[in-house]
Design a protein around this ligand. Structure first.
Ligand code: NAI
Length: 334
């Protein structure tokens, strides 16, 4: 039976990388009934809403979505679709596996990190207001409930996938109350997982450690804003934003999306690397129980990367998005 999945192509390079994924899925004969929805600037122009109610209903109904990046205008204007989606669907866990990929040279080998980022609160919730002209206030809300929930997710994940260490990342030396509560909650959860080593690192020191010895770290547990920043840093360890997948997971829905944004600098030029969205889509196939198809697509992608003849520009090649996708489809079909 076909899987019914919500599809949000997004904007910028979103439609190009989404089309690449759809082509690979067709080549692998993955049976999906897509429900397409606009979001962001496109949706705002068409429906007067950047996050249309129909899109939310569709994800609630299908429980699974694949989403391309969506532009968030800086400063005034529409609020972030990503933040809105995560809040509306309570997608509280942002999961980002960061691993070396075959054939992609990077500064480090043996990088195998799992980033678990709290997705619903912290400064990243964007609760801001102007007190008087010239003075603004941004609210960093941290709750015991959300911190405990994300810590439990990280430890459960570690146990399920045989990982040995969870490192909580914080700035509790300065933000003693908010990050302090995040740490306290993590420590309490850690007591239920004595088979997994638990440690803590201050976010600035953690960044230094990550760019010196990333192979020494395992599962990283972070509040929302540090998670956002550290995710991109980690993407840089293994080949950049074009190759790292992600998932936003909640009790009732899961939205799979790449770590990268809409890359306006290369949009509509057929230059984008679809690897990150394709790997996110592969995580999605695992999630819906299509392990064999997931393995087949992953193997085809890895074979093309390993061979190295057809590569997009961000990986030092000259191939267009279409040419790179052609190569993966060909590999899937053989
Ligand atoms: P970005 O990730 O879009 O781009 C950063 C750099 O990485 C650019 O040079 C871009 O060309 C390159 N890059 C990104 N993805 C690539 C890919 N697949 N292939 C090749 N090169 C790639 O980050 P930026 O410029 O900070 O954000 C642009 C817009 O995207 C903003 O409006 C931002 O709010 C939004 N954004 C959306 C996200 C989402 O929808 N999940 C996540 C991050 C940013």
């Amino acid at each position: 039976m076909a899987h019914r999945i919500t599809l949000v192509p997004g904007d910028g390079i979103g439609p190009e990388v989404t089309e690449a994924v759809l082509r690979v899925f067709r080549a692998a004969a993955v049976d999906v009934d897509w429900e397409r929805h606009d979001a962001g600037v496109l949706a705002f122009k068409k429906h007067g809403q950047s996050l249309p109610a129909e899109l939310l209903e569709s994800v609630r109904r299908n429980k699974v979505a694949l989403k391309g990046p969506v532009t968030t205008p800086i400063g005034e204007g529409i609020t972030s679709v990503n933040v809105g989606l995560r809040k509306a669907l309570d997608l509280y866990a942002n999961l980002r596996p960061v691993r070396n990929l075959p054939g992609i040279s990077s500064r480090f080998e043996n990088v195998d990190l799992i980033i678990v980022r709290e997705n619903t609160e912290d400064l990243y919730a964007g609760l801001e207001h102007e007190i008087v002209p010239g003075i603004v206030e941004s609210l960093k809300i941290i709750t015991e409930r959300a911190s405990t929930r994300i810590a439990r997710f990280a430890f459960d994940y570690a146990r399920r996938y045989g990982r040995s260490r969870v490192t909580a990342i914080h700035k509790a030396n300065i933000m003693k109350l908010s990050d302090g509560l995040f740490l306290d909650s993590s420590r309490k959860v850690a007591r239920d997982f004595l088979d997994i080593t638990y440690d803590e690192r201050i976010v600035d020191a953690a960044c230094m450690h990550l760019v010196m010895r990333p192979d020494k770290m395992d599962v990283l547990l972070l509040p929302n804003l540090y998670g956002d920043i550290v995710s991109d840093l980690c993407a840089g360890l293994v080949g950049g934003l074009g190759v790292v997948p992600g998932a936003n997971l909640g009790e009732h829905a899961a939205v799979f999306e790449a770590v990268h944004g809409s890359a306006p600098d290369i949009a509509d030029k057929n230059l984008a690397n679809p690897t990150a969205l394709l790997l996110s889509a592969v995580l999605m196939l695992d999630h819906v129980g299509e392990r064999q198809k997931a393995d087949r697509i992953r193997a085809a992608l890895f074979a093309v990367l390993q061979e190295g003849r057809v590569r997009t520009r961000d990986l030092g090649g000259t191939a267009t998005t279409t040419e790179f996708t052609d190569a993966i489809c060909k590999e899937v079909e053989t």
